[in-house]
Design a protein around this ligand. Structure first.
Ligand SMILES: Cc1cc2nc3c(=O)[nH]c(=O)nc-3n(C[C@H](O)[C@H](O)[C@H](O)COP(=O)(O)OP(=O)(O)OC[C@H]3O[C@@H](n4cnc5c(N)ncnc54)[C@H](O)[C@@H]3O)c2cc1C
Length: 398
């Protein structure tokens, strides 16, 4: 009975498409509705640890991911000007062996293309483009999704995977007002061929300094270097991936930083420097109605300071597909899903927010003292990376 349910998904991002693939694999009928006329991601990087890669491998994507990824050998936290290493987290084979799947880094467009191709292989009509969701109605018979073009679609269950500005969340939980964190994230990408030969090892670097930090890592088999620079800024800019700002502003923000950082910024395309205002959204306690629920950023938007936002969205899809088979009562299934996810996602959101302070402490001395008290490798180990969304025990509905 449960297998015959028709599930509507609002949003065709990483979370929505992964959920669709998990649900199809679990035997459900699924339709995804995406507002964009074309499925695509922005030119930015994304890191995914074992907890997310495990789900993508289960969907049969292991080889495809290996073709497009870079696999770093370790994380290094470094002081912004001297490059003194504060802490290391082993990745590479150590991460794979310990957590059962690799730690991989991607160009977002490459990752989404692999997911979209898989969705197309499953069913060419799984994803509907140019469909902006405006809201929904629900009753005992099911749920009716409403679109801006005046059309509707009927199903049994609705999943809002429509991102940080989710229309589905607004209806379920009311409008959440984003609070500006006082930090913006610069983003540039540099072809490795434009950098000096053997510029850096295949590692992920987090440079920490007063009022700012930078994350540097490779993508696409090491052909591209991704730079994200988070900076304390009184001035708000837009929350979005495609908002450009002058290269000279970015360069000024990282004045006095290590020569390697200057080399990356100098090699960047001066017309392709993006800046995103980072907002906090107060966590919501209830994601679900009788027939609708949320997933990914729509449910638990996070600051990117643990690189786990998309990973949580991917985990959500796998857990949801299992929860929807747990009972014939839809509402009970949605409660099982939410209860199984809320504690973990809240912990990740809160720890990510705490890193906002840790990475930006006022002086080298304070940074060194704070990092000396921590063992980030152990802290992030089993609970975070070994989590198995495909087998973790589901929580009861009450
Ligand atoms: C600077 C930065 C770096 C990050 N780095 C990482 C990282 O390394 N690792 C990681 O795991 N996470 C990272 N994240 C977080 C990650 O980007 C998000 O958590 C992830 O994209 C969430 O996926 P999603 O599918 O829930 O939402 P989205 O990716 O936002 O997808 C939502 C989709 O819904 C569509 N949509 C929106 N509204 C509607 C509507 N009304 N109707 C129909 N469709 C709609 C959108 O067009 C979009 O396609 C980072 C975030 C930032 C800002």
């Amino acid at each position: 009975m449960a297998e015959k349910r028709k599930i509507l998904i609002a949003g065709g991002g990483i979370g929505g498409i992964t959920a669709a693939l998990c649900l199809v694999r679990a035997g459900f009928e699924v339709q995804v509705f995406e507002q964009a006329n074309e499925l695509g991601e922005v030119g930015a990087g994304i890191q995914l640890s074992a907890n997310a890669i495990r789900v993508l491998e289960y969907l049969g994507l292991r080889e495809k991911l290996a073709e497009i990824a870079a696999q770093p050998i370790r994380y290094e936290f470094k002081i912004f000007d001297t490059a003194e290493v504060l802490q290391k987290i082993p990745l590479g084979d150590t991460h794979s062996k310990k957590h059962g799947a690799p730690y991989l880094q991607f160009h977002r467009a490459d990752l989404l293309a692999v997911l979209v191709q898989k969705a197309h292989d499953v069913s060419p009509s799984l994803v509907h483009l140019g469909k902006t969701v405006t809201g929904f109605d629900e009753d005992e018979q099911g749920v009716t999704l409403k679109f801006s073009d005046g059309t509707t679609e009927h199903g049994d269950i609705l999943i809002g995977a429509d991102g940080i500005k989710s229309a589905v969340r607004a209806q379920i939980a009311g409008d959440t007002v984003p609070e500006y964190t006082g930090q913006v994230a610069w983003r540039v990408m540099v072809p490795t061929s434009d950098l000096p030969k053997d510029f850096m090892e295949l590692i992920t670097e987090i440079w920490v300094g007063p009022g700012k930090h930078a994350v540097v890592y490779f993508l696409r088999r090491g052909e591209l270097l991704n730079f994200v620079g988070a900076v304390d800024h009184a001035e708000w800019s837009e929350e979005g991936w495609t908002v450009k700002y002058p290269w000279s502003d970015m360069k000024k923000d990282f004045e006095g930083w290590h020569p390697n950082i200057q080399t990356i910024l100098d090699a960047a395309d001066h017309d392709m420097c993006f800046r995103w205002a980072l907002n906090n959204r107060p966590p919501i306690k209830n994601w679900s109605t009788d027939r609708a629920t949320l997933l990914g950023d729509a449910a638990h938007a996070t600051l990117p300071y643990m690189a786990q936002g998309a990973a949580m969205a991917i985990e959500d899809g796998a857990v949801l597909a299992r929860a929807l088979k747990a009972s014939d009562d839809v509402n009970e299934c949605l409660q099982i899903y939410q209860n199984s996810r809320i504690e973990r996602t809240t912990k990740i959101v809160n720890e990510s927010s705490a890193n906002k302070k840790l990475f930006h402490l006022n002086s080298t001395q304070e940074l060194k003292a704070a990092f000396a008290k921590r063992d980030i490798s152990s802290e992030r180990s089993n609970w975070l990376f070994s989590y198995d969304a495909l087998n973790e025990k589901l929580s009861p509905s009450i």
